[in-house]
Design a protein around this ligand. Structure first.
Ligand code: F6P
Length: 310
């Protein structure tokens, strides 16, 4: 997100626009936490995780009163454009706000490690999260292999298996459990038993936190009751997936999206989201991004998980 903020601020300034940063998202709009940003305000941040502007959940922005306060705070500074980075909740707020106050143009940027937004092949943070996951799994694999163990590794993705699926391919996991696709304990046990029968001395199963059969601890317990071939361990990667220095891919994506968002506002466009599609930056209506929420898992990767794990 910092690479994106940097790009947006500098693109605006390059074009002679006064730029402001709003701290803590919509809450900051209501609290009047709006600060002028110059080219130097965004120096030395491109390599930082998190967001220098901070973020917050804000229920008040869902109310007419909350939106009105935000509007007045923007107008008092002659601000006529708003760039928001986030997912569904963020875009719903932006859409509702700009419908009510259409003299404020809004542009969305897809930012979530879950990669579950329509209109962008990749969302900001997703690639970095996968890199973090595979770095962790590579290390866990050393123990799995040396001690002949079965590891269940839980990754983020309450409703989306994107992190799990890509991590499974990149780390060479034996199995992956996704929220979008139910895998029964029987199926999993059959797969692990097949590996054991073909002399796999250790195995790694990636569990997306949203899998319907439970979290990694539950699944490990259920598997152990039916298949006790390996010593079994569980690791929950948790919030470490949401931080850390961004990958080069995310820095470039953030820069492209921040740059594009300002240019779209300059053209007078509003209620759109800028995204990456087929390595080109394209826009989609925020309404469409919201209505087509479900992101499809990459079919070829799904197919490969079965084939490459034999
Ligand atoms: O950003 C989305 C997500 O990563 C989900 O996959 C996960 O369930 C959630 O955030 C956890 O976030 P928190 O616990 O910080 O609200």
């Amino acid at each position: 997100m910092n690479a994106c903020i940097r790009a947006a601020v500098r693109t605006g300034i390059y074009n002679g626009i006064n730029m402001f940063g709003v701290t803590q998202g919509y809450q900051g709009l209501i609290n009047d936490s709006i600060i002028p940003m110059g080219a130097r305000s965004v120096s030395n941040i491109i390599h930082l995780g998190g967001t220098i502007l901070k973020t917050a959940r804000c229920l008040e922005f869902k109310t007419e009163e909350g939106m009105e306060i935000a509007y007045k705070n923007l107008k008092s500074r002659d601000i006529d454009g708003l760039i928001v980075i986030g997912g569904d909740g963020t875009f719903t707020g932006a859409r509702n706000f700009s419908k009510k106050y259409n003299d404020i143009k809004v542009m969305g940027i897809p930012g979530t490690i879950d990669n579950d937004l329509y209109g962008s092949d990749f969302t900001l943070g997703y690639d970095t999260a996968i890199n973090t996951v595979i770095e962790a799994i590579d290390k866990i694999r050393d123990t799995a292999d040396s001690h002949d163990r079965l590891f269940f590794i839980e990754v983020m993705g309450r409703d989306s298996g994107c992190i799990a699926l890509r991590s499974a391919i990149a780390s060479g996991a034996e199995a992956v459990l996704l929220p979008e696709r139910f895998t029964s304990i029987d199926e999993l046990v059959t797969q692990l038993a097949l590996g054991a029968s073909t002399k796999k001395s250790s195995s790694i199963v990636i569990v997306s936190e949203g899998h319907k059969a439970g979290g990694a601890y539950d699944i490990a317990k259920q598997v152990k009751e039916r298949f006790n071939h390996y010593d079994t361990k569980v690791t929950i990667l948790g919030h470490l997936q949401r931080g850390g220095s961004p990958s080069s891919f995310d820095r470039i994506l953030g820069s492209r999206l921040g740059f594009a968002a300002v240019n779209e506002l300059i053209k007078g466009n509003t209620r759109e989201m800028v995204g990456l599609r087929g390595n080109e930056i394209k826009t989609v209506k925020i309404e469409d991004a919201l209505n087509n929420h479900n992101f499809k898992l990459e079919g070829d990767l799904l197919e490969m998980t079965k084939v490459l794990s034999i």
